[in-house]
Design a protein around this ligand. Sequence first.
Ligand SMILES: Cc1cc2nc3c(=O)[nH]c(=O)nc-3n(C[C@H](O)[C@H](O)[C@H](O)COP(=O)(O)OP(=O)(O)OC[C@H]3O[C@@H](n4cnc5c(N)ncnc54)[C@H](O)[C@@H]3O)c2cc1C
Length: 390
Amino acid sequence: MSQESMSQAHSNLFDTDVLIVGAGPTGLTLAAALALRGVRITVIDRLAEGANSSRAAVVHARTLEVLEPLGVSATLIGRGLRAQRFTIRDRDRVLVPIAFDKLPTAYPYTLMVSQAVTESVLLERLEALGGQVRRPCQLAGLTQDEAGVTAMLDDGSRLRARYVVGADGMHSIVRESAGIPFSGASYGESFVLADVRLSGGVPSAEVILYFSPAGMVVVAPLPGGLHRIVATVQEAPEQPSTAYVQALLDARGPERERAVVHDVLWGSRFRVHHRVADTYRAGRVLLAGDAAHVHSPAGGQGMNAGILDAMRLSEGLIKALADDQSSLDTYGSERRPVAQQVVALADRLTRLATVRPGLRALRNAVLSLLARLPRFRRQLAWRLSGLSYR
Ligand SMILES: Cc1cc2nc3c(=O)[nH]c(=O)nc-3n(C[C@H](O)[C@H](O)[C@H](O)COP(=O)(O)OP(=O)(O)OC[C@H]3O[C@@H](n4cnc5c(N)ncnc54)[C@H](O)[C@@H]3O)c2cc1C
């Protein structure tokens, strides 16, 4: 038997080369990147339809750079809004101004675009490359041996893959089945989110993180004249009302000129954890995105880190399928420390935003002093935009 036909016969023992569990932004990015390179993939998601809610609304410069080979960056930019500035403020006082417009990248801004749009652009690309998402289809568990992984699906069927990637979010069954601990803890507070129509008070094209004794609030512009509001609260309501969001902004946002909330188009709440998987690989099982790391949304890094994981993992898997297994360890050894840095940055921002009232003046003084240093501002811009992870 020739080498080619042996490898064909070997490949036929498997239903797919890579099974991707989860069609969120991480799974869709990985699927499109592998489909682009001709890898046999199967993508499953337990939901009957993709979620169409707003959720993560920030796409950073580095993410647009790494998505270039997929040919989706221009489409995303066309559907988003460019924010060139990020400021940290204590009510009206600017403590830290960060400019993205001088960054050495083709994308010197933060792109504001709803996660539903990001997912639909990635899905369109995957479908154009001949891929599809099998749904509803839930993974119930897995077992692996030296040659491959057997996935048990909720309809009782089995699927045999050479590799399985858990892009199945925070409560990852892939991570659990592989016995990988998810070390970390939870924040006491919950987060409230709302996409609102707003007038007055806040500058356009700027993402603002307001610190206040009552807690933090982020106000960010979205396409279509909307604003995204994110705040930490003790107990978030299931659906924030217009009056609720108005009270948040009155207590924490601009004081000189009131920002007036006209209506809430979408709202949600969630509890935040800061956790990183102890390893990103257990044999032929790999983790990416929220399945591998979760943290506070301060700094808007979550989905971005997942997309960067996916692009890096696609390279590792392509090499592994050509018999270079070490590339999979390199994936984890590169991306896990990045996740730890991202978790630490989000944690620092969250703690700074919520210091006790007695420490507030000291915090503001230290931050204002640091903000005078161009190096400090530049480093923060590089970290937030993701360019420091190049
Ligand atoms: C309400 C809300 C608001 C958010 N707001 C922000 C924000 O403002 N800023 C920010 O940075 N991040 C935010 N996030 C987090 C952000 O949405 C995530 O970081 C991002 O979605 C991670 O992408 P992912 O693809 O790794 O995982 P997910 O988007 O969680 O996708 C996982 C997918 O796996 C599927 N799945 C799960 N289990 C199985 C299974 N057993 N079998 C098959 N399929 C399965 C799920 O259906 C899902 O589609 C928010 C999240 C929520 C829920």
